[in-house]
Design a protein around this ligand. Sequence first.
Ligand SMILES: Cc1cc2nc3c(=O)[nH]c(=O)nc-3n(C[C@H](O)[C@H](O)[C@H](O)COP(=O)(O)O)c2cc1C
Length: 341
Amino acid sequence: MTIKTRITEEFGIQYPIMSAPMGPFYTTELAIATSEAGGLGVISHATLMGKNSIEDFKAQLNYVVEHTDKPFGFNVRTARVQTDHKILLRKIPEWRDEDPRLKEQLIYGLTSAGGPRKAAAMWQKKAPDMYHFHVGPALWLVDKIVESGCDGIVSTGIEGGGHQSYENISTLVLTQQVAMKYPEKLLVTCGGYASPEGIAAGLAMGADAVAMGTRFIASKESEFHQNYKDLIPPATARDTVLTTGGFGPIRLLKNKYAIKHGEVISKQEKINQEHQFTMEEYLEDLHHYEIVYTEGDVENGAIPVGQTAGMIDEIKHVDDIITHFTKEAEKKLKNVCSRIT
Ligand SMILES: Cc1cc2nc3c(=O)[nH]c(=O)nc-3n(C[C@H](O)[C@H](O)[C@H](O)COP(=O)(O)O)c2cc1C
């Protein structure tokens, strides 16, 4: 018994599971473990690492092809404040053309946090064989993703960890909306998944794959600090809060930093704030993210996690998460089908 979807077939992967990008750093080891286990690993767009982010990004891609021969993907955040994104959009197709291993294995480019149009225009010409997906947090934004010609959508709702949109739509509603309106488009559903039950539901709604973030933070192979991982099993679904992060609203675990940081401000207020921020203030805030990853300071730092923390009670191996969850999801779907007479 093996579930097949358009994504498992077209991407040549065994299981319809992806690691969601989580860009404090590149999540390279997590991506390798995910691809090796038969899912699709995704390299993140780092905020915290690298004096030369372009060369560092290339080094991660090279590292992956040296450690797995399986397909994988990457994320580029096209946000206003992500100043290196335009160079990356241009460079990645060039790197693929120069290296046959990258050309073969780097099959998925996911843009997020800004618009999809520049990437779509560039990659449709320079990397037409690479699947381009964009993260959509609301149907009207998904309309724009489809207009730009992307191959697929990652429908991501508000229950997920890390940066969110101002739209406040749940994954449950959004994924149904996208599946109904754009059945011909490849669809990944993301935000709020951390169990076989969730994966079965996502696939039943019409998604071709499910991407998970928080579930993979709490894995043996992820690069996240052990203190960070250890907070997830005891956390409940009520222990996260939405506040304002670098790109807009962000879901964090409730701690000293998150509570002090306050509520989500509007998009306009956020833009005004960006204009007023001094470099010192900007770096000071970034420091709260950095100390979690570098020192494991989970009291004073910012800890992005999703509501799924309430479902995760153990730190598992990536391989176990992917194979066990898919097999169990298949059983659940079969069970439902067997009751249809
Ligand atoms: C620590 C962390 C960092 C994240 N960084 C990014 C990022 O760089 N780019 C992005 O598109 N999404 C980012 N996200 C969002 C995830 O890709 C994904 O949407 C989210 O984790 C899904 O929810 P889940 O945690 O319930 O699985 C981040 C999430 C977390 C928890």
